[in-house]
Design a binder for this molecule. Sequence first.
Ligand code: ATP
Length: 491
Amino acid sequence: MDVIVSLCKRRGFVFQSSEIYGGTGSCWDYGPLGVELRNNIKRVWWRDFVHQRDDMVGLDASILMHANVWKASGHVDHFTDPMVDCRECKHRFRADQIDEMDWTHYCPATKGNKFTMKAGGPCPHCGARRTLCPSCGKGELTAPRQFNLMFKTFMGPVEEDASVTYLRPETAQGIFVNFDNVLQATRRKLPFGVAQIGKAFRNEITPGNFIFRSREFEQMEIEFFVNPHDRLEDRPADEVWHDRWIADCQAWFTRYGLAAEHVKLHEHGRDELAHYSKRTVDLLYKFPMGWSELMGIANRTDFDLKQHAKFSGKSLTWFDEERKEHVVPFVIEPSAGVDRALLAFLLDAYQEEEVRGDKRVVLRFHPELAPIKIAVLPLLKKRSEIVAAGHDLRHRLTRRWLTLYDDTAAIGRLYRRQDEVGTPYCVTVDVKTVGDPEKGETGDGKVTIRERDTMQQIRVPIAELEHVFGRLLDAGTPWSEVAAGYPRAEG
Ligand code: ATP
């Protein structure tokens, strides 16, 4: 993780929020490359799950909502984590996560030597298990008390109870309260889903692990409404749709780069299930700190719509023309965090390898996610025709694919820089491209394309670049197939 954190800062993916004031450990800012990567993740998710499906529409609800939304949803009463404090060092912990942390131990069997013990395990010398603060190893812990994770704020100029509201802790409720609006506006029939991407805020007791757990983050959520009386494949329709969404979400993450062996499903046991859930399955990713939740896919039943109907007094049902009855749909909710997805894609893309005795760092991003798609690099900066041709190419290509021009170092170093940020293709303009009028040589109008992963190079006429990149970046044609049509260039 440290390697990724440092790369993210150095190359402008992620910065600590308010760093010049000492930073906040709980919020993060996305730099020039981070914002592109983030936007690409959101764009591809929206395209695949909203635009390319017949049964989905989108929504963008406000962050501040009526305070009763959070009473109806159960967040005011139940959105809490158990918190304990160390009486000695004042460190705060989530009581339910404390046994998953490595712990500090002053071992009586070794004259009080200090050790760091593995989470959950006993001391191999004295056999003791952790009872004190895992951080300082000395302080007693307080009894757990429930802490509400919602950020409270006031609507309007007067800070009084009547104007209390909350920054939304999830985007889902914005979809539930708009259920009828969307239904009326779109005349949809069940099953259909509503997707939303937006910020959410949680006053986490222990934010950490870089962007994995922060206090301000972004979610990509879907509420997929199903008629609970329908049957599919001889089973209740909500159960079948739940399985389909689990499979679709898992396939989406592996399609865009996560290795299949780094992703697994976790079925919530009875004791883990939220009060509204019939079944919840988490998609876990093998993060450096261990298998942790990347996203959750829950069957929330009709809980939310019924709660909002009860608290608002408005009917939130769908009329089933065939059965001539009003039904409250069941809801399947795939809920993913943009920041966790971004971290997982970064971690899985990162590779170090040796090339001709040198270390090469490469981010093997899926081309759709790569922040920069093409880098145009001039081989000789002092030749003005080469530089001009490079700028011209950048302008042309960037209309369709984000393209960068860089002439601030020698070509080898420029390639390494692009490898390190995951740019799939570099285009090099050289003397042969533009020719040399002094020697009476005309240019061949061709440039070299270098592919990031294989480092192979091919020579392509400038006039064909749009066609070639259209195949590579839009149609997803494999490099080997495209490269086979052009002569290889020297590496
Ligand atoms: P956790 O158990 O890790 O706290 P959760 O089960 O509370 O997560 P959900 O309420 O299911 O999370 O939220 C859906 C998704 O939103 C999560 O799978 C995660 O990707 C993202 N998410 C939730 N909390 C945070 C956070 N504090 N920082 C970043 N992403 C988050």
